[in-house]
Design a binder for this molecule. Structure first.
Ligand code: IMP
Length: 426
């Protein structure tokens, strides 16, 4: 299989976990390059449901190496719970490797995330409060603590002491003491030691040996800190441009980008969302789609598919093929509405605006397409999908000029179809 990068093309929660898991059976490596436990992937295998936050979705396959790259921020306490939780269910962790260079989310990052959200008041970003922004801020400010520091008592003591002093004002009355924190994190480092490695080197070796690699994106294109709806974004780059930096490998290792698109649109957290439906239709989408966050349990905001936003995501990240997920959720809606342009200040915009302020003022321009009412849960061949569902996919393809090669619905593994002749998975 070509080295494929799985990219969320919307505001996250597109179903990347299911698609990655589906393709991972043919991969030798699944590597994650950004984000932390703000992500949440649900994988259903038979009657078992697994919720992953930091561990790559290839972990369920014996032959698959799973790498957590230097571009991630890792909550080691939560990671160890995730590791031990999976082990208790019989999943081997032997092939999990975490970069020495990944940054660690510390307890003060969690506090600072909450403090910063509270300070913003009405303008809060609706973060997952997992300490992601503060951890990335420290990385860029060169105050970060890396996984390697957990294995070196002197460095760790120095870094924790410095950071607690540096942040004393912002932490105000939250009493965090350096000594117990040093002790705790050294102990966590010891438990993590078997998994810590030079993932850049390991990945490079596998690439040169012709192994197939899946690059597992986290969050989504519209949450990318550079190219998303800033400031209503996460603090890392979700696109393929960051796969090289976040894994310590040449960007040329990525052969193709598979854009995962939910058949409609959802968003958690605040920020502009032109096709949001704050009515009974939105409520019905939320209910039919089970749109509640994997990580925080928050209800997701729901709306129609937005091709203006999708065009930008596919363009800036060079998406080669599309995977459409949760197609079944649209069953029973007729007509279906698809946003193909925006109205702003009396003008029609066909290109996604760069400013979140302008985006918030945009009204969607919809084209209606026929819906379908037949259930698709038993469909096993592409051509057996309801005619209108096939038309819906064709409409997306035509507008974006990118082939839809995979569709999926439901959580179960077998509810995934790859189109005949598709390049994906080869
Ligand atoms: P943070 O990443 O926790 O700082 O949150 C920043 C924004 O990104 C908030 O709107 C979050 O809801 C959103 N976000 C972060 N990770 C995910 C994700 O995996 N899925 C969906 N939204 C996310």
């Amino acid at each position: 299989m070509k080295n494929t990068l799985i990219l969320g093309t919307q505001w996250g929660d597109e179903g990347k976990g299911k698609v990655t898991h589906y393709l991972a059976r043919q991969a030798d490596v699944v590597a994650r390059y950004s984000g932390g436990n703000n992500a949440g992937h649900t994988v259903v295998i038979g009657t078992e449901t697994y919720k992953l936050h930091q561990i790559p979705s290839g972990i369920f396959f014996e032959r698959c190496d799973c790498m957590m790259g230097n571009g991630m921020v890792v909550d080691v306490r939560v990671l160890l719970e995730e590791i031990e939780g999976l082990q208790a269910r019989g999943i081997s962790m032997e092939r999990l490797k975490i970069s020495y260079l990944a940054h660690v989310i510390m307890p003060y990052h969690l506090v600072l995330d909450g403090v910063s959200e509270a300070r913003r008041g009405e303008q809060s970003l609706g973060t997952t409060r997992r300490g992601i922004g503060p951890a990335y801020s420290d990385k860029v400010a060169r105050n970060g603590i890396r996984v390697m520091d957990l294995l070196d008592a002197d460095s760790l003591r120095e870094l924790i002491t410095f950071n607690l002093r540096d942040k004393a004002h912002a932490l105000a009355d939250v009493a965090l003491q350096p000594d117990p924190m040093v002790r705790d994190y050294l102990a966590l480092g010891e438990r993590l030691r078997p998994y810590i490695d030079d993932t850049s080197y390991l990945l490079h070796q596998r690439w040169k040996a012709g192994k197939s690699i899946l690059f597992e994106g986290a969050q989504g294109a519209l949450l990318d800190v550079d190219l998303g709806t800033y400031p209503f974004v996460t603090s890392s780059n979700s696109g393929p441009g960051y796969a090289g930096a976040g894994l310590g490998i040449s960007p040329k290792a990525v052969d193709c980008v598979l854009g995962v698109v939910k058949a409609y649109t959802t968003r958690v957290g605040t920020g502009p969302f032109p096709t949001e439906l704050e009515d009974a239709t939105g409520e019905r989408l939320r209910k039919q789609g089970g749109e509640f966050g994997t990580t925080t349990g928050r209800p997701r905001r729901c709306g129609w598919l937005d091709l203006v936003a999708l065009e930008a995501a596919c363009r800036v990240h060079g998406v080669d093929a599309l995977a459409i997920t949760k197609l079944d959720v649209l069953g029973g809606f007729d007509p279906l509405r698809v946003c193909t342009a925006y109205r702003h200040a009396g003008k029609t915009l066909e290109r996604f605006p760069l400013s979140a302020k302008v985006l918030a003022e945009c009204e969607p321009v919809y084209e209606d397409v026929p819906g379908w009412s037949d259930t698709i849960s038993d469909v096993r061949r592409w051509n057996d999908l309801p005619r209108a569902a096939q038309e819906y996919l064709a409409f997306i393809e035509r507008r974006l000029g990118i082939p839809v090669e995979l569709v999926s619905w439901g959580a179960e593994e077998d509810r995934t179809l790859v189109r005949e002749g598709a390049a994906v998975g080869r």
